[in-house]
Design a binder for this molecule. Sequence first.
Ligand code: NAD
Ligand code: MG
Length: 361
Amino acid sequence: MDVPSLQVKSSKHTYPIIVRPGCRTSLYDYLVQYLDGASRYFLITDDQVASLYLEEIESSFPNSEKIKSYILPSGEQSKSMNQYEKAITAALEFKLDRKSVIIAVGGGVVGDLGGFVASTYMRGIRYVQVPTTLLAHDSSVGGKVGINHPLGKNMIGSFHPPSLVLYDPECLLSLPPKEWRSGFAEVIKHGFIADREFLKWLTEEISSFDQVDMALLTEMLIRSIKVKAKIVQEDEQESGIRAFLNFGHTLGHAIEGEMGYGKLTHGEAVAIGMKFALRLSERYFQTKLDYEPYLSVMEKLGYELDIPHNLNVEQLIHRMKLDKKSYNQVINFVLLEQIGKATLVEIKEEILIDELTGKVG
Ligand code: NAD
Ligand code: MG
């Protein structure tokens, strides 16, 4: 059948990523081709995705007794201990065994929860990522899976790489513009940190999220995933360069937290963080990065790139000190030496205050 779009090496195994318009309707054939001897399939999805795509996917299975679908409420609150336990219970009741396979069909929420169920069920079984959001081109690759704790996001989790990623870009056509923006910020990020040519191509080719050409979308996804895949292959457990994927996220997370989750999407907050990090990069490296053309494309795509008014500088800094890249009150930022070349740098609090002051109302 298809040749994989790319292969990702992990410490456990190498897994194929297939990006192909329409592949959801022959999902079963791909499973047979790429996964040996699966006894049963447990498909996890959310109610929104189910209403759009579940019937088509289920009907690709010749034997309905081998598959059970489990539907979560859509939204971040499903990445919870409660939903995790319920899913495990349903998996046990369906008598999944160690040769069974979990199929996570949805955005990052379903992928993270489904992957975490797979990583812990009977000490770990295989799973397949079937991303249906643009953001999930990021979350489905790299093997980080997990759920939230009431005291913090993604606080419970593990590294458990998928056995296959099967991405149907046609699914993205039903996403609302806000979700496009959320995922597209991570696409742009991949260009900024590692692939200037890709960034140029992207900002020349994509000027609207309406009627994106399927071939173009497929190419975009593959090129963006390649950046992420290369980084996680080199640093699976995030002891070094995987931190570059956090470009724009130090301030982005702080803004998300301060605004209250849900007001801005993750990518919209990261976009603000990227503009800030670009400015900081120019100051730190005493250089011109000529990033304005990229930001102006982002603005045309509907991003608000300035820090929202009325956010408190001290609070933002306090949150940045809690960032996973910060130790002993020192704030580390991913900055760009050049467009396409990231590095991790310690930034003094005074500089951050100076940069943030006047930018926040
Ligand atoms: P999501 O899964 O909540 O999806 C966003 C919304 O879009 C949901 O309401 C969903 O029902 C809906 N949806 C999904 N597919 C659709 C489609 N094709 N058409 C219409 N609507 C659709 O959120 P997300 O933005 O995909 O992912 C965010 C999550 O990903 C966060 O929990 C984040 O922590 C996680 N994440 C994980 C990693 C990782 O490496 N594991 C990386 C980045 C983000
Ligand atoms: Mg992110």
